[in-house]
Design a protein around this ligand. Structure first.
Ligand SMILES: Cc1cc2nc3c(=O)[nH]c(=O)nc-3n(C[C@H](O)[C@H](O)[C@H](O)COP(=O)(O)OP(=O)(O)OC[C@H]3O[C@@H](n4cnc5c(N)ncnc54)[C@H](O)[C@@H]3O)c2cc1C
Length: 411
C-alpha cells in the first residue's frame, strides 16, 4: 500500500520504518523537518520501567502546594484553567489505585519490548551508537524519603521491572558527582537512553527516505473519503495527496485530524522544559531520575540534559523560560559540582491523554486510517513498539501487545 504517515517525530519515524519493512510505500507529511517538535528536546530516556501513569494515587493532595510554589513542578496558566479543567477531572479519575494498576500493566506491555522493537530499526539505519543501555538511578534523600514512592516502585516490580537497592558509599561510587544528600537509590539496570533524540529521529527518517519514502513539507488539514476509506490527505496549501492508507502520528497536534476522522479525544499538551548544560564537566554513567525534584538528567552528546516540568498553557502560548531556569537551579542541587556556565533552553509539547496511555489503533469509522499519538511522557520509550503494532494492524496480523487499553474509542 501507499501509506501517508503524518508527523515526523519519533512515533511517525518508527511507524514508517516498521511499515516499510512490510513493503509499504511511505510518504511522510510534516510542516517541520524530522525530530523538531516534542521529539527534539526530551530527556531521551528509554525506560522499560517507565510504566507508571503521571497521575498517581493521592497526588491530588500535592497539587495545591505545587501550584502555590512558583518553582514547583506544575503550573497552570490562569487563563488556561477553564480549558483544562475537564481534562484534569478525567486525569484525577484515572489516578485511583485500581486505575493505576490497570494503566501500569498496559504501559508495561508497550514498554517492556522497547529494545526488541528499536533494535532492528537502529541496526538497519546504522544508528546503534545513539542508544545505550547503561541503567537508570532513581535517587532519593534517604530510604525514608523513598517510602513515598514505594507503592509505585512495588507495582513496577510486580510487573517484572528489576530494581536494585543502592545506598551510601555504594551509591557515591556509582555516581560520585551526586550531592551527598542522596543516600539511597533504586537502580533499574535494564533502562537505557539515547544520546541525542533529534539525531535518533533523523537517522530513522533518513533511512526511510533512503529506502524510497517521499518526504513532503506540508500541514495536513483533513481527509478525502469514499465510504469508510480515506482516499487522500488534504494539505493546507490546497493539495490533495492520494493514498491507500494514512497514519496520524502528529503528537500534540492530533486532535483536529482525529476529529476529521470522526473521533473526539481529550488530548491536552503538558508543556515540558529542558536545559542542556553544554559546559558539562561531569561524567555521569547513568540516567538519573530524581523524583523529589520531578527531574530527569541524562548525559547526552551535546551536554548534560536536565528535563522536567509540567505546564498547562496550550499549544500557542509562549514559553515561560523561568521554568527552565528552575531546572538549572535544581540541577545544581543534585550535582553541586556541575559547571552551568553554558546552557541552552527548550520547551516542548507532550501529547497527553488523561489516562497517560497513547491512542494506538484504527480510527473507528474507517477501514484504512490508523492513529498513533498521545504518548505523553513516554513517546521515546514507546515509539518503536507503537510503530511495530501499527504495522501489525495494517497487515491484519495479531498484535504483540494487548492493544485494548490503547483503543481510540475508550473515551
Ligand atoms: C521535557 C520533556 C522530557 C521528556 N522526556 C522523555 C523521555 O525521557 N523519554 C520519553 O520516552 N519521552 C519523553 N518525553 C516525551 C516525548 O518527547 C514525546 O512523547 C514524544 O516526543 C512524542 O513524539 P511524537 O512523534 O508523538 O510527537 P512530536 O515529536 O511532537 O512530533 C509531531 C509531528 O507532527 C507534525 N505535525 C503536527 N501537525 C501536523 C499536521 N497537521 N500535519 C502533518 N504533520 C503535523 C510535527 O511537525 C511533528 O513532526 C519528554 C517530553 C518533554 C517535553
Amino acid at each position: 500500500m501507499h501509506i501517508i504517515v503524518l508527523g515526523t517525530g519519533i512515533v511517525g519515524a518508527c511507524t514508517a520504518a516498521w511499515l516499510q519493512r512490510d513493503g509499504h510505500r511511505i510518504t511522510f507529511v510534516s510542516p517541520l523537518p524530522p525530530g523538531q517538535a516534542c521529539s527534539f528536546g526530551n530527556a531521551g530516556s528509554l525506560s522499560p520501567s517507565a510504566c507508571l501513569p503521571v497521575g498517581m494515587p493521592g497526588m491530588w493532595k500535592q497539587v495545591p502546594g505545587w501550584l502555590r510554589d512558583p518553582d514547583g513542578p506544575l503550573r497552570i496558566r490562569p487563563r488556561y484553567l477553564h480549558k483544562v479543567l475537564p481534562w484534569m477531572l478525567r486525569f484525577l479519575r484515572a489516578s485511583s489505585r485500581e486505575e493505576v494498576v490497570r494503566i501500569a500493566g498496559a504501559l508495561r506491555g508497550l514498554l517492556a519490548p522497547i529494545f526488541d522493537s528499536y533494535d532492528p530499526l537502529l541496526a538497519h539505519a546504522n544508528a546503534q551508537h545513539l542508544v545505550r543501555r547503561t541503567g537508570c538511578l532513581y535517587v532519593y534523600g534517604s530510604d525514608a524519603s523513598a517510602a513515598r514512592w514505594k507503592w509505585g516502585m512495588d507495582l513496577r516490580r510486580n510487573l517484572g521491572v528489576e530494581l536494585q537497592e543502592v545506598s551510601g558509599a555504594q551509591l557515591q561510587a556509582l555516581e560520585p558527582d551526586l550531592a551527598e544528600r542522596f543516600g539511597y537509590a533504586l537502580l533499574a539496570p535494564d533502562n537505557g537512553s539515547t544520546t541525542d533524540p533529534e539525531a535518533l529521529v533523523k537517522a530513522l527518517h533518513a533511512q526511510c527516505v533512503a529506502d524510497g519514502a517521499d518526504d513532503i513539507a506540508g500541514f495536513a488539514l483533513g481527509f478525502e473519503q469514499q465510504g469508510d476509506r480515506v482516499t487522500a490527505v488534504r494539505l493546507g496549501d490546497g493539495r490533495a495527496l492520494e493514498c491507500d492508507g494514512v497514519v496520524v502520528a502528529t503528537g500534540a497536534w492530533s486532535s483536529p485530524l482525529a476529529h476529521s476522522l470522526g473521533l473526539d479525544v481529550p488530548l491536552e499538551t503538558q508543556r515540558g522544559y529542558h536545559v542542556t548544560v553544554q559546559s558539562n564537566n561531569l561524567a555521569l554513567r547513568h540516567t538519573v531520575m530524581a523524583p523529589e525534584y520531578n527531574m530527569m538528567v541524562n548525559p547526552m552528546a551535546m551536554g548534560l540534559r536536565l528535563a522536567g516540568s509540567v505546564e498547562f498553557a496550550g499549544l500557542t502560548a509562549s514559553p515561560d523560560w523561568r521554568r527552565a531556569d528552575v531546572l538549572l537551579d535544581k540541577g545544581r542541587e543534585i550535582f553541586p559540582r556541575l559547571d552551568i556556565s553554558r546552557s541552552t533552553r527548550w520547551m516542548g509539547h507532550r501529547p497527553c491523554l488523561p489516562d497517560s496511555l497513547p491512542v494506538i489503533g484504527r480510527a473507528p469509522r474507517t477501514a484504512n486510517a490508523w492513529l498513533a499519538f498521545g504518548h505523553g511522557h513516554v513517546g521515546m520509550c514507546g515509539g518503536a513498539s507503537t510503530g511495530r503494532e501499527i504495522a501489525h494492524l495494517v497487515a491484519g496480523r495479531a498484535p504483540q501487545v494487548d492493544l485494548r487499553p490503547f483503543s481510540p474509542e475508550r473515551f
